[in-house]
Design a protein around this ligand. Structure first.
Ligand code: 13P
Length: 345
């Protein structure tokens, strides 16, 4: 394992004031996003939309790397330049989603396991040849009456660790993503308990399978109330509980946490990330706490674009704005007035 190569990539991805754009929606997910704006999900439309984001003026000040779907890593932009080169020319690191989605866990109703380990070593070598320097694998943990079960945590953590070890062998930084879904009526303490159990299992498996913590990133959920909870916790409590949970379960040798937005509204994802960073500074948390947002960065530009070439500039500005606000939050420097200044309201 070339640890120096891995830590160099980690350092680039965690560069001050920057975070990651997750633009790796699978075919089904991007179709749902396009359906919401009445655009057909053709290969060309997907290319145009993503190229528009990658070429948005000024965003590389806030975006260090972009997670791509397999199709995008192989695609050329409208002028024939490979999209991975469009990114590297602008100082952004191309990454790749390598899991193959989820399936039901046998004998565990309502729980999912992630597939994609078969043939992964060969795929990683191919992706490295195509320019990918980091990867993502998403495991899904659902909160319900008697779930998650220990079986669910075990199979998902095991797969995450096997994926991470293979990535490091190929010189690719693994982003380890155990997403605890925010769907449900549960309160923030239940989310805290499930996140802690999940993270403990994930780091136990990473250790067992020889993964170098210095050469990886963690992409977790924040500790939040369920989206249908009657009384949702405020940002300050989210900051306190999230940092507290990680202090108990995430080793200090792991350099960076890049949160997913996970269905939070885009302003909520920013306010909460800011609160997490304020709390981290108070308690001296050892990690960089940044973002790897999909929906929270893309909801505004997707809507502004709506499939019309005439809207490209407005969509790029919308993306730039969300990236800039996320960057402020990642430094604990976000204040709501920023939204007003930017929109001129
Ligand atoms: P969201 O920020 O939309 O949750 O997406 C991040 C991601 O990569 C999920 O796997």
């Amino acid at each position: 394992m070339d640890i120096q190569k891995l830590t160099n990539t980690v350092e680039e991805l965690l560069a001050p004031g920057k975070g990651i754009l997750a633009a790796d929606e699978s075919s089904g997910t991007i179709k749902r996003r396009f359906d919401s704006i009445g655009v057909e999900s053709t290969e060309e439309n997907r290319r145009d939309y993503r190229e528009m984001l990658f070429r948005a003026p000024g965003v590389s000040e806030y975006i260090s790397g972009v997670i791509l779907f397999d199709e995008t890593l192989r695609q050329n932009g409208a002028d024939g330049t490979p999209l991975s080169k469009v990114l590297t020319d602008r100082g952004m690191v191309p990454g790749i989603k390598v899991d193959k989605g989820t399936q039901a866990i046998p004998g565990s109703p309502g729980e999912l396991m992630t597939e994609g380990l078969d043939g992964l070593r060969d795929r990683l070598n191919e992706y490295a040849g195509l320019g990918a320097r980091f990867a993502k694998w998403r495991a899904v943990i659902t909160i319900g009456d008697s779930i998650p079960t220990s079986r669910c945590l075990d199979v998902n953590a095991h797969a995450l660790a096997r994926y991470a070890a293979l990535c490091q062998e190929a010189g690719i930084v693994p982003i380890v993503e155990p997403e605890v879904l925010m769907d449900g009526e549960h309160d923030i303490d239940r989310c805290d308990e499930v996140n802690e159990a999940t993270l403990r299992e994930v780091f136990a498996q990473l250790s067992r399978q020889g993964v170098a913590l210095e050469g990886m990133l963690l992409k977790p959920s924040m500790v939040l109330s369920g989206n249908k909870a009657s009384d949702r916790a405020c940002a300050e409590e989210v900051g306190e509980k999230t940092v507290g949970c990680f202090m108990r379960s995430v080793p200090a040798a792991m350099p960076g946490v890049v949160f997913l937005s996970g269905g939070q509204a885009d302003d909520e994802a920013i306010v909460n990330l800011n609160a997490v960073n304020l709390r981290a500074a108070q308690v001296g948390a050892p990690w960089v706490l940044s973002y790897s947002y999909g929906r929270a960065l893309q909801a505004a530009p997707l809507k502004a674009w709506s499939g019309q070439a005439a809207n490209v500039e407005a969509a790029q500005q919308a993306f730039h704005r969300r990236a800039m606000l996320s960057s402020a939050a990642r430094q604990g420097a976000y204040v709501p007035e920023m939204e007003k200044e930017l929109t001129g309201v």
